[in-house]
Structures are given as C-alpha cells and as structure tokens.
Design a protein around this ligand. Structure first.
Ligand code: MRU
Length: 336
C-alpha cells in the first residue's frame, strides 16, 4: 500500500500535501470532519486520491457514529456520503468512489462486521487505482519515443492517486522501459502543484525535469522543444471533453497550434458517461486569496478583485488520445 495514504489502528492517515516539498507531515483523520476538511482544504488532492480518501472517509464516519450509539442506521450512511460529496465538485472519482461505498453498505448492512467490509471496500478502491495506473502507464509508454521531452501540467503523479500516477505514471513507465525522457513541468498557478509536487516526485525518481512558469509553455511548444503533452483529468465527459487543472485548455490549444500531440491519462473512474459534453461539468471556484497571495504573502493590492476557477475544460478535438487501463482510446471516444 502506498505511504501517502494509509489506514492504521482505526484511523486514516494522509500525507499533508500543503506542506510539501518542505515538510513530510501526516494528518490523522478520526472523524468525518477531519476527512472532509482534508479534501476541501487540499491536504489531499488529485482526482483519484480524492475518491480514495472519501472511501476511507465513509469508514471513519461510520466508526464515529458507533462511538455515540450502538447501532448504525441507513440515514447515517446517507448523511456521511452527503458531507463527503460536498467537499469538492469537479473530480468525478469522488462520486464514483462514494457510489461504490454505498453499494458495499447496502450489501453488508446487516452483517455484524459491517465496518470490516466497508474498510475492505475502501482498500480495494485504493489498490485497484494503483493497479489501473500501472496498467494505463504501460499503454501510455508505447506512445513515447526514446529521447522525447514531455510537458506535463499540475500533478498527476503518485501523490494524486492511490500510487504510481497517471500522466507521471506514463513517464515513469517509459523511463522503466529504458527510454531517455526529459520532462518540462509547469508550476501550475495558483496552487503550485507542479512546482511543489511534480518537481519533487520527478526529482525523487531521478527523472530529468525542468520547471517553467505556466506562461512559458507557448515559448517551449513553439520552439519545437516539446514532443508531446501529457496531463491527467478530473472528469471526462462521454464525448471526450476533459476537465483538468486550470491552464490545461490553454496548453491543448497551444499544442494543437504547434502540431504537438496532446494526451490525457486517466483511469476509467474519471469518465462520467452521464455527462454528454464538457459544458455540463461543474467547475470548482476556489477562494480568491489563493490568487492574491503566495504562501501567505499578499502579492496584489488590498481590495484587488480576483477570480479562481480551479479547472477548465479541454474540448475533445484537441485531445489525440485518452490513455486508460483498458488501452488507448481515440476519437470518436467510446468508453463502454
Ligand atoms: O486541485 P487538484 O490539485 O485536486 O487538481 C488536480 C488535477 O487537476 C490533476 O491534474 C487531476 O486530478 C489528475 S490527478 C491524476
């Protein structure tokens, strides 16, 4: 099991990603509020990881209820899922994982070891995600040539998932296959997942990486210095339109303009076939102070108005292929 999220003696422990790369501190989550707070406040982030943490959150919430009275009710499960569903709106993996946990609850609600079964369901979601990442990474690595320079955005590495990563997983698998790869990582304003997390993960793996500001991407793409772009995803609509970290859409348009292939790497738990196109994907709007401050330091004048959409949608026409655990899917996208 990965070490950035684990279950020990009845509690969930998560690596607090807000403190990376400078501090390795774990948060102990023993209440539903602890788990929901860890997701909303971005101690944990990344679509698959949000789903995994929410799954463990159901177990935490049910145990908490059992501390106050001897029996669980169906309304307990519903309330816990409602709280967890309210943490972040865009990544569909959250809703996918909670649906799986609800199914486990319904199956085992009369079983004396309900908690044990729920924990088992959460562990399975966690392990399955890591396995799926490894599988999709193997497929994705076939798209990469020896000597390629790959641009990636945000953090779609082990930290964002159950383990191994999606976009970074593809890069890892290509390196493992003996290919010489260089990575260009965007810093990813305003939350700096690229600078803080992707640079850190790549350095740990000794994969050569260069950090750039988001605004430098066009320069590198237009000079022929990028062979492909690979990003993760938070929600993929039935037609292939993909919501991912804010700035992804600009990268896709720039890649198209410069005839550079643009790939999305994501497990099928990120695909929402109930949503026909990207315009129906809910986009999280975060607090403006993430834009007006950096690491607690104000950088904009007092009273400056700022907007902070956390994701954008890349239309499917800009996406060359979607790399999943079932293989590489190309237009017209069919996920069934
Ligand atoms: O706001 P975040 O950090 O949760 O956003 C993360 C991303 O947008 C990732 O690119 C996406 O979740 C894919 S993670 C494998």
């Amino acid at each position: 099991m990965s070490d950035h999220v684990y279950w020990k003696e009845g509690s969930l422990y998560v690596l607090d990603q807000r403190l990376l790369p400078f501090k390795t501190t774990y948060l102990k989550c023993s209440t539903l509020k602890d788990v929901a707070g860890a997701i909303t406040d971005m101690a944990v982030r990344g679509a698959p990881l949000i789903g995994i943490v929410a799954a463990y959150g159901v177990v935490v919430g049910m145990q908490e209820k059992l501390r106050s009275r001897p029996h669980l009710k169906e309304s307990d499960a519903e309330k816990i899922c409602r709280v967890l569903k309210g943490t972040r709106p865009t990544a569909v993996n959250l809703f996918w994982a909670l649906k799986k946990m609800r199914e486990a609850y319904l199956k085992f609600k009369a079983d004396p070891d309900l908690i044990g079964h729920l924990l088992q369901a959460a562990v399975e979601i966690h392990q399955q995600d890591t396995e799926n990442n490894k599988r999709l990474s193997g497929y994705g690595a076939e798209l990469i040539d020896d000597g390629d320079t790959i641009l990636t955005h945000c953090n779609a590495g082990a930290l964002a998932t159950g383990g191994y990563g999606t976009a970074l997983g593809v890069i890892r698998a290509a390196v493992k296959a003996g290919k010489s790869i260089r990575v260009i990582a965007t810093e990813t304003r305003p939350y700096f997942q690229g600078a803080r997390l992707t640079a850190w993960e790549l350095m740990q793996e000794h994969i050569p990486a260069t950090l750039i500001t988001d605004s430098m991407a066009g320069y590198f793409l237009s000079r022929g210095r990028i062979n492909c772009v690979i990003v993760g995803a938070d929600r993929i609509a039935a037609n292939g339109d993909t919501a991912n970290k804010i700035g992804t859409y600009s990268l896709a348009v720039l890649a198209h303009e410069n005839a550079v292939p643009f790939y999305v790497a994501a497990p099928l738990s990120t695909v929402d076939t109930k949503i026909e196109s990207g315009s129906d994907i809910p986009i999280e709007e975060r607090k403006p102070d993430e834009v007006t401050t950096i690491a607690g330091h104000r950088i904009a004048p007092d009273g400056a108005v700022a907007a902070n959409p956390a994701f954008d949608v890349t239309p499917h026409r800009y996406i060359h292929a979607i790399i999943t655990e079932k293989g590489i899917i190309r237009k017209p996208y069919n996920f069934t």
